[in-house]
Design a protein around this ligand. Structure first.
Ligand SMILES: C[S@@+](CC[C@H](N)C(=O)[O-])C[C@H]1O[C@@H](n2cnc3c(N)ncnc32)[C@H](O)[C@@H]1O
Length: 267
């Protein structure tokens, strides 16, 4: 009976962090997020996400004093955070988590995040459901699973880092970089690209952000793609780049830690 229940739960489980789910589902069952269909998993329309990204990336591009629109931009971390604050009204950064034994977390450092805002991005290499990720996934807590089985490896160390850099170096169009590698360092030039450090909510502290899949539209400007923290594992020009953004579930005040929901059940 218990086995049957577990099996049906596993089949309807679509999301997020597999190792964490296996180890902690029993302890944190009250934090499960339930949605009744794929479309319901989107809190805000894709156009709204596009608008936010275009606004921030445009501001980051203008902040750069070197040659705009070409490779190797040199926005300083402080300038990038200022650009974020001015264009979005808030900024976020990594700090030690407020949750016991949870390592690093992500906090609102300045300004207010309104409900429905694109508050962070989940960086990493994007694997289609059929692509090999075995070695990269060993003891890797940063493998994010999308609803359709696409995986995003957001680990900024070891083999994951090597794979991301190599895919990012491969995909460029003339002078244009199509993705950013600086999220692999302590100071990403796109300050949104720290979503892989957002921790899971607890029974006491409910989630204030949720994950939302976002396929990059074809018309996304070439000169702004250099700020994207995602690259496809295989060079596949037909498929749009899969990104995952974190969207605020309520207004969030400065000093608050962003907490997501590592489990989503799609019925
Ligand atoms: C995607 S990473 C998040 C970043 C992580 N905090 C770090 O410093 O690397 C997922 C890992 O964070 C930790 N974590 C996330 N939420 C937690 C929580 N509520 N309590 C304890 N640890 C947590 C677990 O070790 C989990 O495997």
């Amino acid at each position: 009976m218990a086995l049957k229940r577990l099996e049906s739960r596993w089949r309807s489980y679509r999301h997020r962090f597999v190792p964490w789910l296996v180890l902690n589902l029993g302890k944190n069952e009250r934090t499960l997020r339930q949605v009744t269909g794929r479309s319901e998993d989107k809190l805000v329309p894709d156009e709204e996400v596009s608008r936010s990204l275009l606004k921030l990336f445009g501001a980051l591009l203008r902040t750069d004093t070197a040659e705009p629109a070409v490779a190797a931009l040199s926005v300083s971390p402080q300038a990038a955070h200022d650009a974020m604050f001015q264009s979005m009204g808030f900024s976020i950064d990594r700090r030690p988590s407020t949750l016991p034994l949870a390592g690093t977390g992500v906090f609102v450092t300045r300004g207010f995040v309104p409900k429905g805002a694109t508050v962070a991005m989940y960086p990493g290499t994007v694997y289609q459901a059929y692509e090999p990720i075995f070695f990269q996934s060993i003891r890797n807590p940063f493998v994010f699973r999308c609803i359709d089985g696409v995986l995003i490896d957001g680990h900024d160390k070891g083999i994951s880092k090597v794979v991301y850099k190599s895919c990012s170096g491969r995909d460029r169009l003339g002078p244009f970089l199509l993705s950013d590698t600086s999220w692999l360092t302590a100071s990403p030039k796109n300050p949104l690209a720290v979503g892989q450090y957002v921790n899971n909510c607890s029974n006491k502290q409910p989630a204030n952000v949720c994950y939302q899949e976002y396929d990059l539209p074809d018309q996304f400007p070439l000169e702004l793609r250099q700020f994207l923290p995602n690259v496809s594992y295989s060079h596949d020009t037909l498929r749009p780049v899969r990104c995952v953004v974190l969207v605020s579930l309520r207004d969030i005040k400065p000093g608050e830690e962003l907490l997501s929901n590592y489990y989503t059940i799609v019925h």
